[in-house]
Write a protein of this length. Structure first.
Lengths: 286, 116
C-alpha cells in the first residue's frame, strides 16, 4: 500500500530560481539560505519517495481570471514550465502519473471536493523552485501530482477548507494499492506583501509562531480567516494555505525533521519545514 | 459594498471579485506578456497595445506613467503587473520601492531590518 513518508513546505520566491540559475550558492546573501536545505535533501536521499503531491499556487502562468479554479488537480503525463514574463529560466518538465492523479481526483470528488481536472497544466515558479531546491538540477526522481490552490482572487478557499483538503488527500493516498512512498508538499509563504503602501511587510513574530503552531496546533492557524491572514502575514503571506494542506496530510501528530527561517529573500520571509507523520516514526522505532 | 467586502487593512489592497471585474482588461494585457513576441509588440508601442486590449483611460494612463499604485487602483493584480514590470526590467523590489515612496536601496534596507 502507498504510504505518506513525510511532508515538505518551502517558500517559492522567484529570486531563489534566479540565484540557483546563477549558481549563487556561496554568495553572502544566499549562503545560509541554501544551507538550510541540506538536511531536507539528506532526508529525501534517505527516504527516496516515489511520488510528490504538491500543493502550490499559480501566479498567472496556467490560469487567468477568465477561468480560475479554486482547486485544480493535475492529471497530465508531464508538467512543463514556461516563460512567466520576467526573466526566469524555463526548466525541463516534471513527470506525472495520470493513473494516480485520476485515483486522487475520484476520491476527492467522492469526498465532495469538486476539483477542476487538468490534463494539460503548466507549472510556474511556485512549483519548480521548491522541486529544484529539494532535487537540484536536471534530476526528476519523483513523479508528481500538482494541486493548485487559488490565492490570486478572493474569495480564496479558507484555511479550514485547505486543511480538510489535505486530510482528504491523505485518505486517498492511504488507499492507493501500490507500494509507493509519497511525500506531500506545500509551497509559498511565509510573510510577505508585494503590493500597496505596505509592500515589503514582514511579520517575523507571526511567522515563528506559525512554524511552531503548524506542527503541534494547526487548529490555531485554521481558525484564521483569509483576511486575518492577509493582515498578519501580508497579502501573499496567505500562501500559508498550502502549508496547512500539507500539514493536514501528516495526520494528527507530526514531528519536525528540519526547519529553517530566513529574512529576507527578496521581499519575503523564507521558510522551510520538513515533517514526518508521528505514527510512522513510532512504528519504525519499535 | 459586497457581502464579503474585505476589512480595511492600511496600505493593503485586496484583490476581490469587484477588483477583478474592474481590472480585467489591464490584467488581461499583462497576462499576454508571458509571451515574448507580445512583450516585443508591447514595447514597440505601449499605447497601441493598451488600445488593443481595451484598457480604460485610467488604466492606460497608469501604464503610460508606470505608476503601480494607480494600476492597482484601476484593478490591477500584482501577479499580472509583475509581468508588465518585467518588460521594463523591473522586479518586485523596484515596484515595492515605488509604491512605498522610497529608493530601491532604502526598500532593501527595510527588508534587511525585518530580520531583527
Amino acid at each position: 500500500m502507498a504510504k505518506i513518508v513525510g511532508g515538505l513546505a518551502t517558500s517559492h520566491v522567484p529570486a531563489i530560481g534566479k540565484a540557483m540559475s546563477e549558481q549563487k550558492f556561496q554568495d553572502p546573501y544566499w549562503k545560509s539560505f541554501f544551507e538550510g536545505y541540506e538536511p531536507a535533501r539528506a532526508w529525501l536521499e534517505k527516504t527516496k519517495p516515489d511520488i510528490a503531491v504538491v500543493f502550490y499556487n499559480d501566479h498567472g502562468l496556467n490560469f487567468f481570471l477568465d477561468n480560475l479554479p479554486t482547486f485544480a488537480v493535475g492529471a497530465a503525463p508531464e508538467y512543463g514550465n514556461a516563460d512567466e514574463g520576467w526573466g526566469l529560466p524555463v526548466v525541463a518538465p516534471y513527470p506525472g502519473d495520470p493513473a494516480l492523479s485520476w485515483r486522487l481526483i475520484e476520491d476527492l470528488v467522492a469526498e465532495e471536493f469538486d476539483v477542476s481536472t487538468c490534463q494539460q497544466m503548466k507549472v510556474d515558479h511556485a512549483f519548480w523552485i521548491p522541486m529544484a531546491l529539494l532535487w537540484p538540477g536536471a534530476q526528476r526522481p519523483v513523479r508528481v501530482i500538482p494541486i493548485e490552490i487559488n490565492t490570486v482572487q478572493h474569495p480564496l478557499p479558507s484555511a479550514k477548507r485547505c486543511f480538510k483538503l489535505g486530510q482528504a488527500v491523505a485518505r486517498s493516498i492511504a488507499g492507493w494499492d501500490k507500494d509507493l512512498k509519497v511525500v506531500v508538499m506545500g509551497t509559498g509563504g511565509l510573510s510577505h506583501q508585494l503590493e500597496g503602501e505596505r509592500a515589503g511587510f514582514i511579520n517575523k513574530e507571526f511567522d515563528l509562531q506559525c512554524l511552531e503552531d503548524i506542527v503541534a496546533h494547526p487548529e490555531k492557524l485554521t481558525g484564521y480567516s483569509n483576511f486575518e491572514l492577509v493582515e498578519l502575514a501580508g497579502s501573499q503571506g496567505v500562501e500559508l494555505l498550502m502549508w496547512l494542506a500539507m500539514r493536514a496530510a501528516m495526520g494528527p501528530e507530526a514531528q519536525v525533521v528540519t526547519s529553517s527561517y530566513h529574512v529576507p529573500i527578496s521581499n519575503t520571509a523564507a521558510g522551510l519545514l520538513v515533517l514526518e507523520p508521528k505514527a510512522r516514526a513510532m512504528a519504525e522505532a519499535v | 459594498m459586497t457581502r464579503n467586502a474585505p476589512p480595511s487593512i492600511p496600505g493593503t489592497p485586496v484583490f476581490t471579485g469587484v477588483q477583478a471585474v474592474r481590472g480585467y482588461a489591464l490584467n488581461h494585457l499583462c497576462y499576454s506578456l508571458n509571451d515574448a513576441a507580445n512583450r516585443a509588440t508591447f514595447k514597440d508601442d505601449p499605447m497601441a497595445y493598451c488600445a488593443r486590449y481595451n484598457l480604460t483611460p485610467e488604466q492606460t494612463e497608469a501604464v503610460r506613467s508606470l505608476n503601480v499604485l494607480a494600476m492597482i487602483a484601476a484593478g490591477g493584480n500584482v501577479y499580472y503587473l509583475a509581468k508588465l514590470a518585467g518588460v521594463y526590467g523591473l522586479g518586485v523590489q523596484d515596484i515595492g520601492a515605488q509604491q512605498t515612496g522610497v529608493s530601491l536601496e532604502e526598500f532593501k534596507q527595510k527588508l534587511l531590518e525585518a530580520a531583527h
